[in-house]
Design a binder for this molecule. Sequence first.
Ligand code: CA
Length: 216
Amino acid sequence: MRVLLVEDDEPIAESLTRGLSRYGFEVRWVRTGAEALTAGDFGLVLVDLGLPDMDGLDVCRELRARGDVPIIVISARSDEVDRVVGLEIGADDYVTKPFGVREVVARMRAVLRRVQPAQREPETHGRVRIDRRGRRVHLDGGEVELTPKEFDLLAFLAEEPGAVFTREQIMEAVWDENWFGPTKTLDVHVGVLRRKLGDAASLETVRGVGFRLVLT
Ligand code: CA
């Protein structure tokens, strides 16, 4: 997913860009509000409040006036007024500096989970139809019975068919935990999905890295 980061503080922006890319996000970094407003379309926007050319709240307001892009405010100001104003003008969440990348990723995922199902129409990839809102999957028109985790795994990999996701990324997104141990559970679920989807989808193992989903 493409993320726009609006932040004038270079060390923060660099570490966030590096950190988010490790989680599979593609980050475009701009330093000013003016650049943010001409940067194009993104899946999510992170906006610092203290920008050199304009107030980050005005950037949020303008982005919100244009559409539904999820917005997370990042700020050094921890006062309640900014938080309330930020959320009132349409930001979806708020993180206060200093923060860790893990915390930001958790907020981003939570916001995306809240926002996406309502916006999304069922997607058709070849013979497979994924209805994220109804949490249903159809194959050649017939419903495929999936457990909640099987659905989450398929839905996550189908966010970007063809892209490789690491075991760690998958474990964290689908099982919502920081996973250092063996990932046998993941292999079991991949095996079940392979069986249930047959030749309509191929869950390819990328040795030493993770998995990619190819839908045919
Ligand atoms: Ca700043």
